[in-house]
Design a protein around this ligand. Structure first.
Ligand SMILES: [Zn+2]
Length: 542
């Protein structure tokens, strides 16, 4: 009988676990975006992860192992906007970090807002708001659903990493590169809250910039870093000839952007988490009657990844340190909000390409496109074809913008010009496909890179001709690396849920990162962001 009872109880608890019952609401949602984190890093570095950091999310949470960005370009601004709006740039409007606007004759920045000014920090870093993002975020929906009682706070070193996730109705704080302080803008408030002023008074950025960055463990144990510590592929800091540990930060500070330097070290992650804790305490996040939302973004992995690449000792050290910082933060949430009372999701805004020169050194096809040379060739071609004139108005984000005024004056069809330029560009090594703006507006692509392009295409602001490069090619040839493509190294990112209402599990089904926001909407029982195109992740909901 006793045995039977145990069996029955065992079965019951299994059922309730599988049904994933959610009662009430979480006290706090913590959204974590790790800037430039590939999904594979979770496996690559896991042997030396602690039990309480990434591994805790991997083993006790639900991990989607095959989640991707479903548009191009895979950049930071579009990435954060897409996670939080549940849709792609074609709908939310953040089509790049900066994009050319014909009517203005200049590029605008994704989080720029000329109508607002700095609160704290310096004037230069203060013209920031989420106004260019045209759809609501999951954080907006939470504010709307709770009569604005839910508190929403975004924290990141990068302004766009804080302001886009916090949505149109939340608060956002980012690091001022001139003063090393966290700041906000008049879009949000007129005075920096006392808790933020108190945090800034501690001068934590100064503390970190007085450190020497050395590896956490003996350097010979960094076996995941196949390119070696000192090599020609990585981009050195100004004032240091090599790319080898250690990095004396106080000696490097003045030549490398002052406080900007802290962003290029793992200490940037620690600084972000200290500010996050100050926000939790200052705003009493997770202590009220309704669910609050903390939107965190770790910017430093991106800076480190650009400079040193995915096979570097520096990046390995970043993730080992971030893991410990994350473990500390989870333990802190257990204490302040209570284990089981908070819901976490962790993802990234994009991945990254390997350094092309390094790939070539391993016999993998890769390369750097010389866009200046190609633009010069293109000017020659358009002059020959359409007569003398400045036909190319702008080249940015792998897109060509024509001088439409000139075309109108000369009576030349934009569509035919687009076609001819698109065909011309295919002759260059490294360019794989070209599409025209007319293609993007007229066709309905359902697969391949062209579909990703269309999901990121703006009828108002995108270019006349768009270029897709070969795998592992970059449209720059400087040391270090970048991201932006629709290839797996850029699209495949972690998507993990942990905590309130989430059972442990894994899924290798294909999902898109636009599924995160509608999943949260179902869990929190609030409306989906207004332009959502993603679908709730049924594996963790049903
Ligand atoms: Zn980046």
């Amino acid at each position: 009988m006793k045995k039977l009872l145990i069996a029955v109880f065992g079965a019951l608890s299994l059922v309730s676990c599988q049904q994933n019952q959610r009662e009430g609401k979480p006290k706090l949602v913590v959204g974590i975006v790790v800037d430039q984190m590939r999904q594979e890093y979770l496996y690559k570095y896991q042997d030396r992860f602690s039990e309480g950091g990434f591994k805790r999310l991997m083993s006790e949470g639900f991990m989607f192992q095959n989640a991707h960005y479903n548009y191009t370009p895979t950049y930071t601004g579009p990435g954060h906007a897409s996670v939080y709006t549940g849709t792609t740039p074609a709908n939310h409007g953040i089509i790049a970090n900066d994009w050319y606007v014909r009517q203005l004759g200049r590029s605008i920045y994704c989080a720029e807002d000329s109508l607002v000014s700095n609160v704290g920090g310096s004037a230069k870093s203060g013209k920031i708001s989420p106004r260019n993002m045209r759809s609501t975020t999951i954080t907006d929906q939470l504010r709307l659903a709770t009569g604005k009682q839910a508190k929403v706070v975004g924290v990141a070193i990068k302004d766009r990493g804080a302001s886009l996730p916090a949505g149109h109705m939340g608060d956002a704080y980012w690091l001022d590169k001139a003063t090393g302080e966290f700041m906000t803008s008049t879009y949000y408030t007129d005075v920096l809250p006392q808790w933020a002023q108190d945090f800034n008074a501690q001068k934590r950025a100064d503390h970190y910039l007085s450190q020497t960055w050395e590896t956490l463990y003996p350097i010979e144990t960094y076996t995941q870093s196949t390119a070696g510590d000192d090599n020609d592929f990585e981009g050195p800091f100004i004032g240091k000839d090599d790319t080898a540990f250690p990095y004396d930060l106080s000696a490097l500070k003045d030549d490398n952007g002052g406080y900007d330097l802290v962003a290029s070290t793992p200490y940037g992650n620690d600084l972000t988490l200290e500010m996050a804790k100050a926000a939790i305490e200052g705003e009493q996040l997770g202590q009220g009657d309704v669910t609050d939302f903390l939107a965190l973004s770790f910017s430093s992995p991106d800076y480190i990844g650009h400079r040193f690449g995915p096979s570097s000792v520096e990046l390995e050290d970043n993730y080992l340190r971030l893991d410990l910082a994350l473990a500390d933060f989870l333990a802190y949430l257990d204490q302040t909000v209570g284990e089981g009372n908070y819901l976490i999701f962790l993802t990234a805004d994009h991945g990254v390409a390997d350094i092309p020169d390094y790939m070539q050194s391993e016999n993998i096809p890769a390369g750097g496109l010389d866009m200046r040379f190609i633009t010069t060739q293109l000017r020659g071609f358009t002059n020959d074809k359409f007569g003398p004139g400045n036909w190319i108005e702008n080249v940015s984000n792998d897109q060509i913008f024509f001088n439409r005024k000139l075309a109108a004056e000369k009576g030349i069809s934009i569509e035919s010009m687009q076609r001819q330029v698109a065909d011309f560009l295919l002759r260059f090594d490294g360019i794989k496909e070209t599409y025209t703006g007319t293609d993007m507006m007229r066709e309905n692509y359902s697969y391949g890179k062209k579909q990703l392009l269309q999901m990121g295409y703006s009828h108002k602001y995108s270019g006349d001709v768009i270029v897709i490069l070969e795998p592992a090619w970059l449209s720059s040839s400087w040391k270090g690396t970048t991201h932006g493509s629709g290839y797996t190294y850029d699209t495949h990112v972690p998507v993990m849920f942990y905590g309130w209402g989430v059972r442990a599990g894994r899924s290798s089904q294909y999902h898109t990162i636009t599924d995160i926001a509608p999943t949260l909407a179902v869990m929190l029982e609030i409306g989906m962001p207004n332009a959502t195109t993603g679908q709730p992740l049924t594996e963790i909901l049903d």
